[in-house]
Design a protein around this ligand. Structure first.
Ligand SMILES: *Cc1c(COP(=O)(O)O)cnc(C)c1O
Length: 749
């Protein structure tokens, strides 16, 4: 094997650059490695037999491809050895930017699914956009506020993309036509089980005066607070689905297409695929009715959120202006729906209309047409049936199913926590990454002191490794002996970073007075980006940073509590931090987090969940035992009944613990006096105050946190919980999820 790689790399280096491996610079070596990977893929690629499943997603949050590709090829050690013998190392590529064509969970899910399908020998090709600039790079100003910098990920050439100029197609808008140029990425299944393809498109102008054309792929989610921004976003969506469908039709033919492919729509963004496929069918002389019938068989839709503001709608006028032919088709679909529902007494057309009050409702368009609709965790699917999409559930109960999200254990255990994976493989008697279901065998060691001790040692080493990284990368000194309480995810009010920081503020204020002396030292670690236009989320970041500055410099509480907000959360940072976490904060308001996948990654790496009864936390408790996690706060039904008369101001005035924490927003204790008045007002005096009930859950959060910190002192007791979480994490593999999609939706006869 060694010689084979040595020879191959030498050959590619010579052909490409006329150099020896030793003489290559970093970028050249990266490209040589990419070429090697792609060559191996050509060798291992197999014909598809039967139907092909296709994933349409506006986001793919991939992370680094070099390491995961080598990992899935099972060649990491061998390649590292060749490089080392030639004066290089794989770690040279640590600072190459992630592929960050996504904002958070939704895009990461798409990436996990591609990895799982290829590793489970399922044909699943992805389609998306190759954004020129991915998700922005985050840093903090001296005053703690978020700064955004464009993600210039192509400053080092992309070693993995294969450009397919010859398969470029035109996408027509009312005012101009753009050329969609595809770039293919090999998706390598573990041990080369299968090679699938992710195809990402770039836009090219056809004539030199169409400066708008190339803006289409310039940014992931351009700021859509302006009219021009919205228009661009709509263009992006249409660009993706039109280019992809044209390619699919040229590959499979339009005749009997429904027998050859199934397309999964990842959330509302690619739903324009439905009218676009009808459009393309009509151009091939098919009747409208036949085209619609085809769509009903081809498409399935995954809903990702119950946030009403995220159920996409477009102004009819905007759609008419940008893609008039598509709008015309949507009108026709809407007319058919009206006709179908005209005699229905159970469901009113009004609740289902695709076009209503001058708006196009994308979720309604999908629910009417697709064959399958799914939510992403048990509670989420239940809420879809009972509230968000209840009219559709009454109409088409058979379309609905649940597909609880998952994560790939290859990236999120094998690659990011190798020592733990090796230990688990040894204990369970197999390659645990390959046969994750055997991880359950770990349970039989739950009272084995040696195993528990070894687990703690591995966690401790991971914490130390993370501390060294943090020192190098950020110049901070984290104490590995402290308890790592971790909240890492996009910053959003519903995810309630505010609740976590209020909990930390409470501990700090009381530790400063000498209370909580029995608790172990605690380090709160936050990471996450706020959308560039989301003011409240940005204020929350600034507040956390200000709290951290004061606390970390207070000698009274030195050795008791520290807070760090690490900048630029992305897949690579997650891979470093997750293996080091002790306590995973998953504290969204019950009923708001569709599933969460960060919770699963942390669980698989031995963190216990401290969370609300929400999203997949519920299933984590079901699998690993509620007694092995820390659940607090209002349940979804309680949230709903409390909502009616919720009065956070009264809570604030009557509960000293709450008042004490909330007042620090304006007291000047952390930053300027009245510095966080906007946050304060949103909790106390806004029209719909404390929308996510931070104050209602604060006292129960604090007491749960204190319980967990207390338990941490009891090594054996806490490690057993950690072990039970690892042992029961197999359910959260995206291999399980992808098999469910395959069996219930994609390849069902
Ligand atoms: C897993 C992941 C997410 C999703 O995290 P949640 O806690 O489920 O919101 C977001 N961003 C990155 C980089 C991730 O790896």
């Amino acid at each position: 094997m060694y010689k084979q790689f040595q020879d191959k790399l030498t050959e590619i280096a010579r052909d490409k650059y006329g150099k020896s491996i030793k003489a290559l610079d970093k970028e050249e070596l990266y490209c040589v490695l990419g070429a090697l990977v792609n060559e191996k893929c050509d060798f291992h690629r197999k014909q598809t037999c039967g139907k092909t499943a296709i994933y349409f997603s506006i986001e793919y949050l991939i992370g680094k491809l070099l390491y995961s590709n080598l990992y899935n090829m099972k060649n990491t050690d061998c390649v590292e050895k060749v490089l080392r013998d030639n004066g290089h190392s794989l770690s040279e590529f640590e600072d190459i930017d992630d592929y960050a064509f996504g904002n958070g969970g939704l895009g990461r899910l798409a990436a996990c699914f591609l990895d799982s399908a290829a590793s489970c020998e399922i044909t699943l090709d992805g389609y998306g956009i190759r954004y020129k600039k991915g998700l922005f790079r985050q840093s903090f100003a001296d005053d703690g506020s978020q700064l955004e910098e464009a993600d210039d990920w192509q400053k080092i050439s992309d070693a993995f993309a294969i450009k397919r100029e010859e398969e470029a197609v035109n996408v027509e808008f009312s005012d101009f036509t753009v050329r969609a140029v595809p770039f293919d990425y090999n998706i390598i299944g573990y041990s080369f089980k299968r090679i699938n393809t992710l195809r990402l498109y770039e836009a090219r102008k056809l004539t030199c005066d169409e400066s708008d054309a190339e803006k289409i792929y310039e940014y992931l989610y351009p700021d859509d607070s302006t009219y021009e921004g919205k228009k661009l976003r709509l263009r992006q969506q249409y660009f993706l689905v039109s280019a992809s469908l044209q390619n699919i039709i040229s590959r499979y033919g339009i005749e009997n297409l429904e027998d050859k492919i199934k397309i999964q729509l990842n959330d509302t963004h690619p739903i324009l695929a439905i009218p676009e496929l009808i459009n393309l069918c009509i151009k091939s002389n098919m009747s409208f009715d036949a085209a619609l019938e085809k769509c009903c068989k081809i498409f399935a839709y995954t809903n990702h959120t119950v946030m009403p503001e995220a159920l996409e709608e477009w102004d009819s006028s905007l759609m008419k202006e940008v893609i008039p032919q598509i709008y015309g088709i949507i009108e026709k679909i809407n007319d058919m729906l009206l006709y179908e529902l005209s005699n229905n007494k159970e469901v009113s057309f009004c609740d289902c209309a695709v076009i209503k009050d001058g708006r196009v409702k994308m979720a309604n368009l999908a629910c009417y047409v697709v064959s399958h609709i799914n939510g992403v965790a048990g509670i989420h699917t239940d809420i879809l049936k009972k509230d968000t999409l209840s009219q559709w559930y009454r109409l088409y109960p058979e379309k609905f199913s649940n597909k609880t999200n998952g994560i790939t254990q290859r990236r999120w255990l094998g690659l990011c926590n190798r020592v733990l994976a090796d230990f688990l493989s040894e204990l369970c008697g197999c390659d645990i990454v390959e046969e994750l279901e055997n991880i359950k065998r770990l349970e039989s060691f739950r009272d084995d002191s040696e195993v528990l001790k070894r687990l703690r040692e591995i966690k401790y080493q991971n914490k130390k490794d993370f501390c060294s990284y943090a020192e190098k990368a950020y110049g901070i000194n984290i104490n590995p002996d402290s308890v790592f309480v971790v909240q890492i995810k996009r910053i959003h009010e519903y995810k309630r970073q505010l609740l976590a920081i209020f909990g930390a503020v409470h501990l700090y204020l009381h530790m400063k007075k000498g209370e909580y002396a029995h608790l172990p030292e605690v380090t709160f670690i936050f990471a996450g980006k706020a959308a560039a236009g989301y003011k409240m989320a940005k204020s929350i970041i600034k507040y956390i940073n200000n709290v951290a500055t004061v606390i970390n410099n207070d000698t009274d509480t030195a050795g008791k509590i520290k807070i760090y907000f690490l900048p630029n959360y992305n897949v690579s940072l997650a891979e470093k931090l997750i293996p080091a976490a002790d306590i995973s904060l998953q504290i969204s308001q019950a009923g708001t987090e569709a599933s969460g996948t960060g919770n699963m990654k942390l669980m698989m790496n031995g963190a216990v969940t401290l969370g609300t009864y929400d999203g997949a936390n519920i299933e984590i408790c079901r699998e690993a035992g509620e007694e092995n996690n820390y659940i607090f706060g209002l349940r979804e039904n309680e949230v709903n009944s409390l909502k009616v008369n919720y009065n956070p101001k009264k809570l604030y005035e009557n509960t000293p613990v709450i008042k004490e924490a909330v007042d620090t927003l304006v007291s000047g204790k952390f930053g300027e006096r009245y510095g966080f008045m906007d946050v304060y007002e949103s909790l106390i005096n806004a029209e719909n105050p404390d929308r996510y009930m931070v104050l209602a859950d604060l006292t129960s959060f604090i007491s749960c946190l204190i319980d967990a910190l207390n338990d941490f002192k009891n090594d054996k007791y806490f490690n057993k919980k950690s072990l039970m979480n690892i042992a029961n994490s197999a359910y959260f593999s995206s291999d399980r999820t992808i098999r469910e999609y395959a069996e219930d939706i994609w390849f069902k006869e």
